[in-house]
Design a protein. Structure first.
Length: 175
């Protein structure tokens, strides 16, 4: 099968089911707010105030770890939203948000949460990485916030358009 045909078939399917795709992407990405809360309330607060405001244990700790693993499918799903936008024409915002999103791969595979947490706790990191990289990883994590907001906004717009489309179809049937 021809790659171009597969590519265009995928994007045709994606656009036919845009609402489903954007809702899935934004839902997965919203879960990252839990991770960002933990990041601010434990390692960052511990470093800045010598006090942790949230130190999960037991089941809660494992639930947060599980949520953290949804970051990879979220990055892929949300990246598709912006790649699709760029397919229709260049916008600086779509490119910038793709850069924000995909800088996460550095954080996921190189500057890990474990490193950040250990580094900010003041314990010897046992790593050859400099301490300031922990702050870079935090910045990378918080670059998700404008993208989360924009994805939620896109979801609301897609839902509104679908409802308006259904209303218009209903009005045409009655006419």
């Amino acid at each position: 099968m021809d790659f171009r045909r597969l590519w265009s078939g995928f994007w045709a399917w994606y656009e036919r089911h845009y609402l489903l795709n954007v809702v899935l992407a934004s839902t997965l990405f919203m879960l990252q707010l839990v991770h960002l809360f933990w990041l601010g309330a434990e390692p960052i607060s511990l470093r800045l105030t010598d006090e942790s405001f949230f130190s999960p244990h037991g089941l809660l700790k494992y639930l947060i770890l599980l949520i953290d693993y949804t970051e990879i499918p979220a990055l892929i799903a949300v990246s598709l939203v912006y790649v699709n936008e760029l397919r229709h024409g260049f916008t600086p915002k779509a490119l910038l948000f793709l850069l924000f999103l995909n800088s996460q791969w550095l954080h996921i595979f190189w500057i890990t949460d474990e490193y950040v947490s250990t580094e900010l706790s003041g314990d010897p990191a046992g790593s050859s990485l400099p301490g300031w990289l922990a702050w870079v990883a935090i910045l990378i994590d918080y670059l998700e916030l404008p993208v989360i907001y924009d994805t939620l906004k896109r979801t609301a717009i897609a839902i509104r358009r679908r409802r308006l489309g259904e209303l218009a179809k209903g009005a045409l049937r009655r006419a």
